[in-house]
Design a protein around this ligand. Structure first.
Ligand code: PRX
Length: 659
């Protein structure tokens, strides 16, 4: 195990538990016996969950794991994912049910029923087909949280094209790398986006990204900010098309074709331990089965009764699995909010919950901690009594935030589900069941029925209760990634080589069992940082820094941060001819990283140093840098090539500190 931060250590002393009320337990979708049923026959259990969906052709085999780690689930089955998320709800008589209460940041709203969703998705599917998009093609989508993002994703699914959604905050360079890697044929974006009350350009960035991009034939542009954005939207004749001109006139009739259960559904890029993001590939039948199942049991969702709100962005896996696929497959009525939580005021989320009577709310610890900072008097002004389940995702939630969440938002009665999963797992893997589990603040507790997770030591042996080690998934699961786009070797190396003898998937997280055998997540054990629930690799930021002409060398670490979980701290050595590392130089480097990757990767702090601590073999000792970044006493320096280096660095501790 690598070092744990003191905050994580503290988690382990938590001993309060919160069992569900009898009333909640009595009406819950998932009951305690589900664990035993799933254990008795896993494949039978998953077959039962797949029955939630509508299949054109039933599968002949639940799981084919003979070519591990390349799984096939529901072999031979055929279905259309978009039909399952939309049409079948209309066919079952729920066309008038609101699927999406959309709330724009400036205050405009749109309620979209399932019948309307079906029309919009069908029109968009016809539009994509009219441009020559066929099954297997890749469509890149860079959009903020507008309904068209969801229409576009479902339209791709409907015609068997893969979407690759790129977070709206990613830079042109990051977008381009993703477009090229997947050879995207179409890019969908908008003229501009509202962010913190202002219209900011979007299309201009996309144009910059696509200069010379050979695979892209058309760019479809949603009009969102219109005249609120200064200047004309830049336009490339022959390549660019307005969404409304292309889509609005299309027929609302579109026959969904059934695709193989293993037909690719989407690629989503995520940071790994190298500078190059990985295109995580997900397929259809297994992914939809597990997202729908988990949305049902973890959130206790009741179609037609609950109003659900997941605050994630569509650019991340949580937006894919718990805004689009799982919830819509389950006939959700959900809120989709475009903007930031403090625009125009810090009570925006609570105002929305009050207005739409949101009953299930799913967000990230970093936001909960931000709400805590803003003060409990803000949520106290709103009627939040509709809430009955609260969820958390993205990083370990500290007990203090957990208790605050339950107490101040959930009136000290709603179950809180801390859900552990990853882009790669596709759906929730470890989480309490709200009607079954006596919840422990700070622990994700136990693998869901049908899922198997273990904490093991270096040799792959399960650790005893009370012991810590590495989190592994020791049995295949339906929504597992099917590979890294275009790179089978990287797929095997990254996830399956560490415990290849046992055939375990290594998640990259450290974890611990408590005395009851409940699982506590302890953060990443590799060079991946978790900043506000977003994964960023240290190498990615280092590459961005050294791409600046003044930087000779850079080392980046994730340092514990009270709000964002981790903050990015960079140590840089400037080139001999570069001017000294004053505030301007540091600011310029921070901006450079934002430009190369996106504002989420902007280092919190950059320290200009003369040397980096290295072992005699030249390996940078990040552990020591983390000590510095977290203001801890420097650990053991005996393996350093030059032990005076750390004194030099520590003495410059506060230089370049931001904000
Ligand atoms: O370190 C774990 C952390 O987030 C990583 C996955 O990041 P990403 O693929 O971006 O997906 C985030 C949303 C599913 C994990 O390896 N993580 C996620 N959820 C939790 C968590 N750490 C602790 N507790 C969680 N509930």
């Amino acid at each position: 195990m690598t070092e744990q931060s003191p905050a994580l250590d503290n988690l382990l002393t938590e001993s309060r538990t919160f069992p569900p009320s009898d009333e909640f337990a009595g009406q819950a979708n998932a009951k305690a016996d589900m664990y035993a049923t799933a254990d008795a026959d896993r494949e039978q259990f998953w077959a039962g969950q797949a029955e939630r969906l509508s299949w054109d052709t039933k599968w002949s085999q639940v799981l084919d794991w003979t070519n591990a780690p390349f799984a096939k689930w529901f072999v031979g089955g055929k279905l259309n994912v978009a039909y399952n998320c939309v049409d079948r709800h209309v066919e079952s008589g729920h066309g008038d049910q609101v699927a999406i209460h959309w709330v724009g940041e400036p205050g405009d709203t749109r309620d979209i029923t399932y019948a309307q969703l079906k029309d919009e998705v069908s029109k968009a599917a016809n539009a994509l087909s009219s441009l020559g998009v066929v099954a297997g093609d890749v469509v890149a989508i860079q959009l903020q949280m507008v309904p068209e993002a969801i229409f576009a994703m479902l339209a791709c699914a409907r015609i068997g094209a893969l979407h690759s959604v790129v977070f709206g905050g990613f830079s042109p360079t990051a977008l381009r790398a993703r477009v090229d890697d997947a050879a995207a044929k179409i890019v969908i974006t908008s003229d501009g986006q509202y962010r913190r009350g202002k219209a900011a350009p979007m299309k201009a960035n996309v144009d910059e990204a696509l200069q010379g991009a050979e695979t892209v034939q058309k760019v479809i542009v949603v009009r969102r900010t219109g005249s609120d954005l200064e200047g004309e939207t830049p336009w490339t004749e022959g390549r660019d098309l307005w969404w409304h001109e292309l889509v609005d006139g299309q027929s609302t009739e579109h026959k969904p074709e059934a695709f193989d259960s293993e037909h690719p559904l989407f690629i989503l890029y995520t940071s790994g331990t190298t500078g190059k993001p990985k295109g995580i590939l997900h397929t259809s039948g297994g992914y939809l089965t597990q997202t729908a199942y988990t949305h049902n049991v973890v959130f206790d969702h009741k179609p037609g009764e609950d109003v659900y709100w997941c605050t994630a962005d569509i650019g991340w896996i949580t937006g894919h699995s718990y805004i689009v696929y799982g919830p819509l497959a389950n006939r959700v009525t959900q809120v989709v909010y475009e903007g930031t939580p403090n625009t125009p005021h810090e009570g925006r989320h609570w105002e929305i919950i009050q207005k739409y009577k949101v009953s299930i709310y799913y967000t990230a610890p970093t936001l909960i901690r931000t709400f805590m900072k803003w003060g409990e008097d803000i949520p106290a002004k709103y009627d939040l009594s509709s809430l009955r389940v609260l969820g958390s995702v993205g990083e370990p939630i500290n007990p203090e935030a957990w208790i605050w969440y339950r107490d101040k938002i959930g009136a000290n009665k709603t179950p809180v589900v801390d859900t552990w999963w990853q882009t790669e797992t596709g759906a929730i893997m470890i989480s309490p069941l709200p009607g079954v589990t006596a919840a422990k603040p700070g622990s994700a507790q136990r693998a869901l029925p049908g899922i198997s997770a273990k904490v093991v030591d270096d040799t792959g042996t399960e650790v005893p209760h009370g012991g810590g080690g590495y989190l592994v998934l020791d049995k295949p699961w339906p929504s597992m990634l099917r590979g890294v786009w275009g790179d089978d070797e990287r797929f095997r190396d990254t996830y399956w080589s560490r415990f290849s003898e046992q055939g375990y998937y290594f998640a990259g997280d450290g974890a611990k069992y408590d005395e009851d055998g409940d699982i506590w997540l302890l953060g990443r054990v590799d060079d991946v940082m978790n900043v506000s629930g977003h994964r960023i690799s240290t190498t990615e930021v280092e590459s961005a820094l050294v791409s600046h002409p003044t930087v000779a060398e850079a080392a980046v670490v994730g340092a514990t941060d009270p709000t964002t979980g981790q903050g990015i701290v960079a140590f840089v050595i400037l080139r001999g001819n570069a001017v000294d590392g004053g505030d301007d130089a540091v600011q310029e480097l921070r901006n450079h990283v934002a430009k190369e990757i996106g504002p989420i990767a902007k280092p919190r702090q950059i320290m200009v140093v003369a040397e980096l601590p290295k072992t005699r073999s030249g390996k940078i000792m990040r552990r020591l840098l983390r000590d510095v970044a977290e203001n801890r006493q420097i650990g053991d320096v005996t393996t350093l090539a030059d032990s005076s280096v750390m004194d030099l660095i520590s003495s410059g501790l506060n230089s370049g500190k931001e904000e």
